[in-house]
Design a protein around this ligand. Structure first.
Ligand code: SF4
Length: 597
């Protein structure tokens, strides 16, 4: 079969039996699901029972690159991992940049399926087409940086390592998979799934060329996309000059920058920890992922070390959410999470929740807002599950439930919320409530239209039109996560270019509306899986604080999320019934009749 963009090959590794085999992926499957999140969703739906224990051997990890991975298209050096999440119980995908995805593709594989569970620690090495399971006894117990360093010193510089740290080994429910040392597949606890399977790392290195069907057309798309990136103030100035923390001042001024476990919607010392403050104090250069002109990663100097600085979400979760306004402490906490293999958002929000429960006298956690020493101590305790860390390692929902005060847990479907107060952005609230993977900002990213004016500015306080816009964003983002391209690139480059680049890479004709349909099919399949897992419409909600407690001051004064009317409209526009179940008419229209809930 003549294939471009894709190799049409998957590698299946059974950790229980040690059997490793190559499989063909049908071209129609790749055309329909693209790669990344799409292929991962379809595989998990087919192969992982929705009611299984996410930390049991029935769960599988699907690593997938996309048809543009390994091409020159900007921001295309990504890959995703899909599994059933131990934190949310939902189907889950997480993606990361760096070089790992490109190296997987250069091994000649679009997808890697890891199933079963090993009896002793192993790591998987894939070099070009050859794969082997190796003893990881010596690596078990090592942190992410040590693991990365040791593997590279044995196998050479031309490898990329995706691994877990102690948090994953100890099955912390929000453990990350870390690749290229500092890149995180952070959300959803997929690192705990690796830990439960006793697979410490997956190492890739390859030289196969990814063939493009129409190289001249692709060159033109790359050239024009680079021009759009240069023309956008976000991707040519904001992100390169200040990194993602450029958002701190903006969101604080809008009154949607949560603090103290979402008790506040602004942070008094935001100016001390903003992107501009980083540039003036600890900034030490910038870096980025494979083939990306934006290079948004901040390098920062802390003592004698130069380390990657915290991204916007991490900076917020380990900072204002816990009442911390010291950049050095936040950067150290961020680095510690990376080293131990923890999701920074869930870590910070869980600690913030523990701080509020302690201050209200509802649960003994020993943690207080503004306590930098307590923050750093708690991070280490979570990763090792020591003392109170064992309870925090279960995530904020289970921790708050243990005291009978679940309302103080700022999460949706168990996933801790990120750095936006949806009371001041109604569409963001709907996006959080309906996200298939729980409290996730990226599924809809309504920040674009509600705060950044991308693709166009809409009234952030209005509920009108938000259902349709949220659905459009969710669908297109599901397709972008399958191509798989960095979300920051589509702040500058439209889906029309993505469709043309995809056509140039694969030789298959795609139009922008095809991407929307592919995204809708992915979204719907995820929904069907979650329904099978028992997550009905009662899970499409927000913490009571966001629905019932109006914002007390600032530019978003008096606002709560008016979820009910938006949600009813959302179900209707999606073609679902009033209980949030996709109708058979909708499944027929999407040619998904063979799938069900
Ligand atoms: S914009 Fe930043 S995160 Fe996205 S690909 Fe470029 S360097 Fe990586």
């Amino acid at each position: 079969m003549d294939l471009y963009g894709w190799f049409g090959k998957a590698l299946r590794v059974n950790l229980s039996t040690g059997v490793i085999k190559e499989e063909e992926i049908e071209k129609t499957l790749m055309m329909d699901w693209l790669g990344g999140r799409g292929l991962g969703t379809r595989m998990i739906y087919r192969e992982v029972p929705a009611v299984c224990n996410p930390l049991g051997s029935e769960n599988k990890l699907v690593f997938a690159a996309g048809p543009l991975t390994g091409s020159n298209f900007p921001g295309s050096g990504r890959f995703s991992v899909s599994a059933k999440s131990p934190l949310t119980g939902t189907i889950f995908d997480s993606n990361a940049g760096g070089t790992w995805g490109v190296r997987l593709k250069r091994c000649g594989f679009d997808m890697l399926i890891i199933e079963g569970a090993a009896s002793t620690p192993v790591f998987l090495s894939i070099k070009d087409g050859a794969a082997s399971l190796e003893d990881a006894g010596e690596l078990w117990g090592n942190d992410v940086f040590e693991t990365n360093h040791k593997i590279i010193s044995i196998l050479g510089k031309d490898v990329s390592v995706a691994c877990i740290g102690p948090a994953g080994e100890n099955q912390v429910k929000f453990a990350a998979i870390m690749n290229d040392a500092h890149r995180a597949l952070g959300r959803g606890g997929l690192g705990a799934v690796m830990g439960a399977k006793k697979i410490k790392a997956v190492v890739v290195s390859g030289n196969k060329k990814v063939r493009v069907a129409h190289p001249e057309k692709m060159d033109l798309m790359v050239y024009e996309s680079d021009k759009w990136i240069q023309a956008s103030p976000i991707t040519s100035k904001g992100l390169p000059e200040f990194g993602t923390p450029v958002l701190v001042n903006l969101f604080n001024e809008l009154g949607v920058f949560p603090s103290y476990n979402f008790q506040g919607s602004q942070f008094a010392n935001a100016g001390k920890i903003s992107g501009e403050a980083i540039a003036e104090t600890i900034y030490a250069g910038r870096k980025g992922c494979y083939r990306c002109p934006v290079q948004c990663t901040r390098m920062v100097k802390i003592g004698a070390s130069t380390i990657p600085g915290p991204e916007y979400e991490s900076l917020w979760a380990l900072g204002p959410e816990c009442g911390i306004d010291d950049l050095t402490v936040i950067a150290e906490a961020n680095n510690l999470c990376n080293q131990l293999g923890l999701d920074t958002i869930s870590t910070g929000v869980t600690i913030g929740c523990a701080m509020e429960l302690e201050e209200r006298g509802l649960l003994k956690t020993g943690l207080k807002f503004n306590d930098a020493v307590g923050l750093l101590r708690a991070i280490k305790q979570i990763a090792s599950r020591e003392g109170v860390g064992d309870l925090l390692a279960e995530g904020s929902r289970r921790m708050a439930d243990s005291s009978g005060f679940s309302q103080y847990s700022m999460q949706v479907k168990g996933l801790e919320l990120p750095a936006y107060d949806p009371r001041g952005m109604q569409g963001m609230g709907l996006g959080f409530a309906t996200s298939n993977r729980g409290g996730c900002h990226l599924s809809a990213y309504m920040v674009g239209p509600e705060a950044l004016g991308v693709p166009k500015m809409v009234d952030r306080f209005s509920t009108g039109g938000k259902a349709g816009l949220t659905i459009t964003q969710q669908n297109i983002n599901a397709a972008v996560d399958s191509l798989i391209i960095c979300r920051f690139i589509n702040l500058a480059v439209s889906e029309e270019y993505f469709a043309r680049a995809l056509s140039a890479a694969t030789g298959v004709d795609y139009r922008p509306q095809d991407l929307h349909r592919i995204g809708e099919r992915i979204w719907t399949l995820e929904r069907l899986y979650n329904l099978q897992a028992g997550l009905d419409s009662s899970f499409d909600t927000l913490p009571p604080r966001l629905l019932e407690e109006p914002i007390a001051e600032g530019p978003s004064l008096g606002k709560t999320v008016e979820l009910k009317p938006m949600l009813a409209e959302y179900y209707r526009f999606r073609g679902w019934d009033a209980a949030g179940i996709p109708t058979s008419k909708k499944l027929q229209e999407l040619e998904l009749e063979e799938y069900s809930c």
